[in-house]
Design a protein around this ligand. Structure first.
Ligand code: NG1
Length: 446
């Protein structure tokens, strides 16, 4: 990783006209448990890690924002700051910076729009499920706050900024929730963060100190804002559709005034149901394994066009209908696992944590449909090599797995996974992309 002084030196080389540079950082994160829950307002349990994005930045007087990456694979870009910044094409890396700047301009009600020069570096792998995209959004937000002379923690709180940036990232086109931005801004050394949403709340849970959190990259890249966007959004869309059907059922049972903005409102909204009550309502709302679009329209009394506009956008109907029951089962069971996992960490019970991680992977694979052949093979190799818990982490389909491994078994674990997954299964000859993740503090300035 390029150190802070070297980054400043390169900044001067890259922008000889600019004034003195400051440096900010935003870490990546690994989610221990609670997948595809945040956008439904349901809890998650991630931790911020040591790998991070660093940005050297200095203000400009002409309202232009320039972005340069130390990695020459990223094109140098420049765009005009304004109250309505035009989005670049899908998959363009500057959109993450545009999202942060646009959101701060609007939330802080800016009427003048200063520019800035940015030089970016990272030791966080891209598209590996470690949230490099949100780290980039948050790091750009910190740089821009610096240019605006606003102090993090005083003018804007960490929770407020997390909420702003979660909504901001939807500018890129993904329909994720606020997990990444919240943990990136609120992480604490040695701890995972149990996060609840609407409003965002963070509770710390210690990572067991006689176990390592080991991250293995499956080497299957998932460009969430590019080609994989529709596949990622299928999760949020299916949950929205399920939520619409449950709202219909709840209105019939409790009265027409019931409104469910998201699944989490079953527990946290005015309905305030228990787990058993929520499960019962869900079973009555979606009584069979799959539902066709025609059946959903009939149940909701809406046309296909209305259902697409409100819930599922361009999502294709699978043969045999949408597997809503399984998608919902993942939400209900994963919610409970996250709460139990928080308790297990607080009690220092790593074996229980491992068991929950294994159950979460099965649920992600079988019920939510976000695993892949490679992720399943990597998880199997990890368990055979000494992990007490192993699961995919992040959006799924590729990216990384997270593994809970007793400290004394880490070496054997790495050797085992290297042989059985990277060599035998993938035929990958290079260095195995495995690292031990340390729980670190959230984004800040150097
Ligand atoms: P990653 O792993 O960074 O692609 C995405 C969403 C999260 C969450 C997870 C699934 C964004 C920025 N991130 O994370 O909010 O929904 O998938 O648990 O959309």
């Amino acid at each position: 990783m390029i150190d802070v002084e070297e980054l400043k030196r390169r900044f001067r080389e890259c922008y000889p006209e600019a004034g003195e540079a400051f440096v900010c950082r935003a870490p990546g994160r690994v989610n221990l448990i609670g997948e595809h829950m945040d956008y439904n307002g349901l809890p998650v349990l991630p931790m911020a890690i040591a790998q991070e994005i660093r940005i050297a930045f200095a203000p400009r007087t002409d309202g232009v924002i320039t972005m340069q990456n130390v990695d020459p694979n990223y094109p140098r870009v420049r765009f005009e700051n304004s109250d309505d910044i035009e989005r670049s094409g899908a998959g363009s890396w500057e959109n993450y910076c545009k999202a942060a700047v646009q959101s701060l301009n609007r939330n802080l009600e800016k009427t003048s729009f200063p520019g800035m020069d940015l030089l970016i570096t990272a030791d966080l792998p891209v598209a590996a499920g470690l949230s490099s995209s949100s780290a980039l959004v948050v790091a750009c937000a910190l740089a821009y706050l610096g240019v605006l002379d606003q102090t993090l923690g005083r003018d804007v709180s960490r929770l407020e900024l997390a909420d702003m940036m979660a909504r901001a990232e939807q500018y890129v086109g993904t329909r994720g929730g606020g997990m990444d931005q919240t943990v990136i801004l609120n992480g604490e050394a040695g701890h995972a963060c149990k996060i609840d949403f609407f409003p965002i709340r963070v509770e710390l849970a210690p990572v067991p100190d006689d176990y390592a959190i080991v991250v293995c990259d499956s080497l299957v890249k998932v460009e969430k804002s590019g080609a994989a966007l529709a596949r990622f959004n299928a999760g949020p869309w299916a949950c929205r559709l399920a939520c619409g059907l449950i709202e219909q059922q709840a209105r019939e049972e409790f009265g027409d005034e019931v409104e469910l903005k998201r699944l989490g409102d079953l527990w946290f909204g005015p309905l305030c149901l228990t787990h058993d009550e929520a499960r019962g309502l869900c079973e009555r709302a979606i009584p069979k394994e799959t539902m066709t679009l025609a059946e959903v329209c009939a149940r909701l009394g809406q046309t296909e066009e209305m259902v697409r506009r409100r819930y599922i956008d361009t999502m294709q109907e699978p043969e045999g209908g949408f597997p809503l029951q399984r998608r919902l089962r993942h939400q209900l069971t994963e919610f409970k696992r996250v709460e139990t996992a928080r308790d297990a960490l607080q009690a220092g019970d790593a074996e229980e944590m491992g068991r929950l991680m294994n159950a979460s992977h099965a649920s992600c694979a079988d019920d939510f449909g976000i695993s892949s052949r490679e992720l399943d093979a990597l998880v199997a190799a990890a368990r055979e090599s000494g992990a007490v818990g192993s699961r995919l982490t992040g959006a799924g389909f590729g990216g990384a797995t997270v593994n809970l491994v007793p400290l004394e078994k880490v070496e054997a674990f790495i050797a085992g996974v290297t042989a059985s997954y990277y060599h035998d299964f993938l035929k990958h000859a290079g260095e195995p992309p495995i690292f031990v993740a340390e729980a670190r503090s959230g984004a800040d300035y150097y």
